[in-house]
Design a binder for this molecule. Structure first.
Ligand SMILES: *[C@@H]1O[C@H](CO)[C@@H](O)[C@H](O)[C@H]1NC(C)=O
Ligand SMILES: *[C@@H]1O[C@H](CO)[C@@H](O)[C@H](O)[C@H]1NC(C)=O
Ligand SMILES: *[C@@H]1O[C@H](CO)[C@@H](O)[C@H](O)[C@H]1NC(C)=O
Ligand SMILES: *[C@@H]1O[C@H](CO)[C@@H](O)[C@H](O)[C@H]1NC(C)=O
Ligand SMILES: *[C@@H]1O[C@H](CO)[C@@H](O)[C@H](O)[C@H]1NC(C)=O
Length: 449
């Protein structure tokens, strides 16, 4: 018996290690997504860079200013000397209060299972001492630190996976602009900068996620994306666990790669056939920190949990963005949202992590109920907000098939009654006012065997 099992095991392992990918989408798209990713469900996105110095408008500051956005011209004319350049901001990217252990602890408390940091945004400045970004990196100008390395270490220490965002294009890199002028018939920028830079990043920091971006002006053939991904999947040190997204060239988004991100804040509200991610922001207007943001520009905890629940019900992961300050702190509004999320997940995480979409995503009668499932006999109905009359109708949960229903965090079986269309009416158990104020409630439904 054991002998046979061993032979089978060796056979299976040899199939896995024999998988070899070639540089075309047909082959690249066949790679199964490493399982940890779908199970994780919740990640934190961090947009940090030289744009965090002006921290005005958005992380597209340089581009907006260079294209003479009115408020940007006004901001610069009012506050900076006439010959000030974008590069002059870099020395003020000081990060003097950056404590990676503190960030890791905030992320861990939020319940997130992975973190994705902008290693390089469209401005081209690298948060690690890259050999391909001379004097335009966090070691040479600004912090004088390896921000990628420091955060990677702290995040992994608390048991969270570490991923990296990387922008393919750089707005004003002369090599890129030359290729662009040649209608991307030349690829000097990719050959001498992007490819070696991405390999350096992967070899040095061994990310669990590589979140590609800035791909949309040029075709994936210019970026040589399938060749890079074949290397990543066949030969890189992270070949068995790395997860990538779909932004690898102007026609690849929502079509090719690893999981789909489609567009920013993608949240289709219906079940998707491919694994996908909702990359969204706590500041509705910006990914980078913005000093002028008002309280109402930030998502409330109810909005955040609503977005999370809807996303996971439809098969997605959520990647929640925060923009740290140039001095290296997360402002308290971000910390508070993440802390509230963590306290909700502490009770309701069972209905989120390691779940699968159910046969129905949202209830056909109660518009604020979304479903997930653990296995065939265990389904979760998550209802957003406390109902006015203490009852909720689940139109898609057939009363006759139910064994019992439990409210997570309440340790009491709830009262259930038949409702219209074979559905089920649930009466909430008595809750104290604190528990009633919980942003969303999870009913764990046990079906008869
Ligand atoms: C840059 O190159 C030097 C010399 O080869 C090497 O020691 C260093 O690790 C490289 N940096 C990165 C981030 O890989
Ligand atoms: C991280 O969070 C988990 C779950 O809340 C907790 O059990 C664990 O102790 C935390 N780890 C660290 C290192 O803080
Ligand atoms: C793609 O990258 C490979 C490996 O570096 C190289 O041999 C090939 O010429 C590149 N293709 C293009 C179109 O640049
Ligand atoms: C379920 O969600 C879909 C997509 O978000 C929406 O169109 C539909 O109206 C919802 N159904 C109910 C009953 O609320
Ligand atoms: C409570 O309100 C819901 C929705 O308005 C309604 O369908 C249900 O019949 C009400 N339940 C009771 C017991 O009145």
């Amino acid at each position: 018996m054991i002998g046979k099992f061993k032979i089978l095991l060796i056979y299976c392992l040899s199939i896995v290690s024999a998988a070899h990918y070639v540089a075309d989408w047909k082959s690249i798209d066949k790679r199964p997504l490493p399982e940890w990713y779908d199970n994780a469900k919740v990640g934190i996105f961090i947009h940090w860079g030289v744009f965090s110095v002006p921290s005005f408008g958005s992380e597209w500051f340089w581009h907006s200013w260079a294209s003479h956005g009115k408020s940007y011209d006004e901001f610069m004319n009012k506050n900076y000397r006439p010959d000030f350049t974008y590069a002059d901001f870099a020395k003020d990217f000081t990060t003097e209060l950056f404590d990676p252990t503190e960030w890791a602890s905030i992320f861990n408390k939020s319940g997130a299972r992975y973190v994705v940091l902008t290693s390089k945004h469209h401005e081209g400045y690298t948060l690690w001492p890259s050999n391909y970004s001379f004097n335009w990196n966090a070691k040479d100008v600004g912090p004088n630190k390896d921000l990628v390395g420091e955060l990677a270490e702290a995040v992994r220490k608390v048991g969270i996976r570490f991923g990296l965002y990387h922008s393919l294009y750089e707005w004003y890199n002369p090599l890129y602009l030359r290729d662009k002028k040649n209608n991307f018939r030349t690829d000097d920028f990719v050959k001498s900068k992007i490819r070696p830079e991405m390999e350096e990043l992967v070899n040095a920091y061994r990310p669990d996620v590589l979140w590609s971006d800035g791909d949309w002006e040029a075709p994936d053939t210019y970026w040589n994306s399938t060749d890079f991904l074949a290397w990543l999947y066949n030969d890189s040190p992270v070949k068995d666990r790395i997860v990538v997204n779909d932004r690898w060239g102007k026609d690849t988004t929502c079509k090719h790669g690893g999981y789909f991100t489609c567009q920013d804040r993608y949240n289709p509200g219906v079940l998707q056939t491919r694994k996908w991610e909702n990359a969204m922001t706590l500041d509705k207007e910006s990914w980078g920190f913005r000093r002028e943001a008002k309280l109402e520009d930030y998502l409330t905890i109810e909005e955040l949990i609503y977005t999370l629940v809807k996303t996971v019900s439809c098969g997605g992961n959520i990647l929640i963005n925060v923009g740290p300050t140039k001095y290296g702190k997360l402002v308290p509004i971000f910390e508070e949202r993440l802390e509230q999320l963590g306290s909700w997940l502490h009770i309701n995480g069972e209905a989120i992590y390691e779940t699968k979409p159910w046969i129905r995503q949202n209830d056909s009668i109660s518009s604020n109920v979304w479903y997930t499932q653990r296995d065939y006999h265990t389904v979760y109905a998550i209802t957003l907000g406390y109902p006015t009359n203490d009852t909720i109708v689940l139109g898609d949960v057939y009363y006759n098939n139910i064994k019992s229903i439990q409210l997570l965090g309440a340790n009491k079986l709830v009262q259930i009654l038949p409702a219209i269309q074979d559905g089920t009416m649930i009466k909430f158990p008595d809750l104290n006012p604190n528990d009633k104020a919980r942003y969303a409630f999870t009913f764990k439904i046990h079906y008869k065997q």
